[in-house]
Design a protein around this ligand. Structure first.
Ligand code: IPE
Ligand code: IPE
Ligand code: MG
Length: 254
């Protein structure tokens, strides 16, 4: 990584421009209360609300929430239905308020696997909020990091076939433009709740230099205070992007 990249990713920023979250632990939260797993998913929506609001107040530019992975399709049918239904109803209920709060909604993932109703609701929320200038809220649904890289490679190959692109021109910036998060800075901070310390096929390309924050807190117990604690932990880290500490210090004085 060049000096240039480190300069662009100024290491002195106390607030991450982009936070990504793996919202895990809903099922265990419910089970510990002798409730069905779906009660945990429902409780998780309150955490989403709090985190979106707090991220906006902190001045975060983008928040990407992992709501449903490519692999989650293999869960029992009734749990998948509950999750899809919850997503639809949450969008219907929250879009107007998010719009009032100047939030821009964007969905990443394999849309063709979603129901037509959900696809329409997503398109409507994206259209309604597309000119908003506050927080960009990215919801990853039917998303996998490997799926994202494959769809990007496929589209690039098509452009080459059509003579629009030359393989020799392919560099990181050009390839990023074919990925789902096109136009947003890479996440600076990845949070995963629920105690597991893994990526689970989330943003494989974009997390290259993210700071990782793993907490045992189950997603329905995660709220404004926990988000602020994660951001405080981020602020105390030195991001070196392959450079030495001395180089980083020189850059932050420049
Ligand atoms: C995260 O909670 C929500 C989704 C993956 C959709 P889980 O449902 O994975 O909860 P645990 O990990 O089983 O507790
Ligand atoms: C990751 O959680 C996906 C989401 C939070 C949407 P999982 O519960 O599916 O992850 P694994 O299976 O424990 O790795
Ligand atoms: Mg889980």
């Amino acid at each position: 990584m060049s000096d240039d990249t480190a300069q662009r990713n100024r290491p002195d920023a106390a607030v991450p421009r982009h936070i990504a979250i793996v919202m895990d632990g809903n099922g265990r939260w419910a089970r510990s209360r002798f409730m069905p797993r779906q009660a945990g998913h429902r409780a998780g929506v309150d955490s989403v609300r709090q985190v979106v609001e707090t991220a906006g107040h902190l001045g975060v530019e983008a928040l990407t929430l992992f709501a449903f992975s490519s692999e989650n399709w293999s869960r029992p049918n009734d749990e998948v239905s509950v999750l899809m239904d919850l997503m639809l109803r949450t969008l219907q209920k929250e879009s107007a308020r998010l719009h009032q709060n100047n939030v821009r909604i964007r969905l990443i993932g394999e849309r063709s696997h979603l129901s037509e109703r959900l696809r329409l609701e997503i398109a409507e929320a994206e259209r309604l909020t597309e000119h908003n200038t506050g927080l960009t809220l990215v919801v990853a649904v039917s998303f996998g990091g490997r799926w994202d890289m494959l769809q990007a490679a496929r589209r690039f190959a098509q452009d080459v076939r059509e003579g629009v692109r030359d393989p020799d021109d392919l560099d990181e910036a050009l390839f990023s433009g074919y990925l789902s998060l096109d136009g947003l800075p890479d996440p600076d901070l990845l949070i995963r709740t629920g105690g597991e310390q893994r990526i689970s096929n989330f943003l494989l390309w974009h997390l290259a230099y993210a700071e990782l924050h793993f907490v045992d807190t189950l997603w329905p117990d995660f709220g404004a205070e926990e988000l602020k604690a994660a951001v405080a932990s981020f602020a105390g880290r030195e991001r070196r992007f392959g450079l030495t500490s001395e180089q980083v210090e020189r850059l932050s004085r420049a």
